[in-house]
Design a protein around this ligand. Structure first.
Ligand SMILES: *[C@@H]1O[C@H](CO)[C@@H](O)[C@H](O)[C@H]1NC(C)=O
Ligand SMILES: *[C@@H]1O[C@H](CO)[C@@H](O)[C@H](O)[C@H]1NC(C)=O
Length: 400
């Protein structure tokens, strides 16, 4: 009797609630039996009551009464007027209504909105990464939740905080599949993160499944802990425009210092091994290039946590412009050639003169031996000839 009273009280509570909201939301686990009570119905037959249901199995409203019209495998009216669904399926989601008339002729209606659910297996992170590389997008792993209903959602967490995909440092690729027979969902969520330089060295990642129904607990994966590896940043290098670093006098050269992480770096420039006193900039622009701009250039990138890194040097070659400048270069070359020829010519003439003087002296000597004249005259001539020789040599050498 006590149990009956308790049941009655329970029915009353449900009845009042149902009346207040005009229909109850029921969530029933797939595969389990579901009993829906018909408020106001006499506990035992004979009863005047009727169940109406509109679900995924019915085309429109289906009417069930205790007298007949049983729909055995799916739903049947129990002797106490309640409706039993022996094993709820996705198809049973829908609206259920009962209209009962009590012994004293009072009519009572009940209404239920039935939704079903299935708890998926514990989500798992498959293919987890072993380590992550700072500054690059890394696949952390794929979170998989299998066999849930309704679909629900997968969410990632790192070090206890939710990871919100921003398409920048955090991105998630999701896939939802539905089993063709059971209608249950399989969710996949692949997480890609770009760990920041100097960030947490051993972040943890976990994934949780949030059911698509209120008052249902989330399910969490075991966390995975990964190591963030900070590689030496890829080499710093200078890109030069125009290509090859060849520029005409008065032209423009653009040198760009390329670094892996542009933002946090200070770029300084070096020409022929000497730092240029310019404000830090990743771009060095040489306008109206002069001959003295020719040389080798390199850049130094200073990273707060890695120290300075110098790029290999690139050459800037200043070429003469075609036209008047090219002509003047040729003129200079011709001048040099003329000078050399002039000197050679001068030396040749000097050699000839020396040769001629020597020949004259030898001939004179032979004449003396043939016809010796008086000694005094001879000595006088010798004195006159003596200074003649160096004078002639000097004057001829000086002449170009
Ligand atoms: C039942 O669910 C619907 C939507 O799912 C909601 O609007 C309504 O407030 C719920 N009713 C109760 C009694 O919880
Ligand atoms: C009717 O019977 C079913 C099964 O025995 C029980 O679960 C349900 O609570 C009963 N309904 C009422 C209103 O007592």
């Amino acid at each position: 009797m006590a149990a009956g009273a308790a049941a009655g009280a329970w029915v009353l509570v449900l009845s009042l609630w149902g009346a207040a909201v005009g229909g109850r939301n029921i969530t029933a686990r797939i595969g389990k039996p579901l009993v829906l009570n018909c408020r106001g119905a006499p506990k035992k037959p004979p009863q005047q009551l009727e169940w109406k249901l509109n679900t995924g199995r019915t085309e429109a409203w289906k009417v069930l009464s205790p007298q007949g019209g049983s729909w055995d495998s799916v739903a049947r009216v129990l002797p106490n007027g309640s409706l039993l669904l022996p094993a709820v399926g996705i198809q049973d989601e829908g609206t259920f209504q009962c209209r009962a008339t009590s012994r004293n002729g009072k009519e009572t209606r009940s209404a239920y909105q039935v939704r079903v659910y299935q708890i998926p297996g514990k989500p798992e992170i498959v293919d987890p990464a072993s380590e992550l590389m700072a500054g690059a997008p890394n696949k952390v792993g794929t979170c998989v939740s299998e066999g849930g209903y309704p679909a629900g959602t997968l969410n990632w967490h790192s070090d206890g905080k939710p990871l919100i995909p921003d398409g920048n440092g955090v991105s998630v690729q999701e896939e939802t599949r539905r089993h063709p027979e059971t209608g249950l969902f399989t969710l996949q969520s692949e997480l890609t993160v770009t760990p920041a330089w100097g960030g947490a060295p051993h972040p943890t990642f976990s994934c949780s499944f949030s059911p698509g129904l209120p008052r249902h607990r989330a399910l969490h994966t075991a966390p995975i802990q990964l190591r963030v590896w900070e590689p030496v940043p890829p080499e710093v290098q200078v890109m030069v425009q125009p290509e090859g670093g060849k520029v005409v006098l008065g032209g423009t050269v653009t040198l760009t210092c390329e670094t892996p992480t542009q933002s946090s770096l200070q770029i300084h420039w070096i020409k022929d091994g000497t730092p240029l006193h310019l404000p830090p900039s990743p771009v060095l622009l040489l306008h109206e290039v002069q001959r003295e701009d020719q040389g080798t250039y390199s850049c130094i990138a200073t990273h707060p946590s890695h120290g300075p890194q110098e790029s290999p040097a690139v050459r800037v070659i200043v070429e003469a412009e075609e036209g008047p400048i090219a002509g003047s270069v040729e003129g200079q070359e011709l001048g040099t050639v003329a000078l050399v020829l002039g000197i050679l010519g001068g030396l040749g003439i000097a050699a000839l003169l020396i040769g001629a003087i020597k020949w004259r002296r030898q001939r004179r000597g032979r004449e003396e031996r043939k016809a010796p004249e008086n000694q005094e005259e001879e000595e006088e001539r010798a004195e006159l000839n003596q200074p003649e020789e160096p004078e002639a040599a000097e004057s001829s050498a000086a002449r170009p």
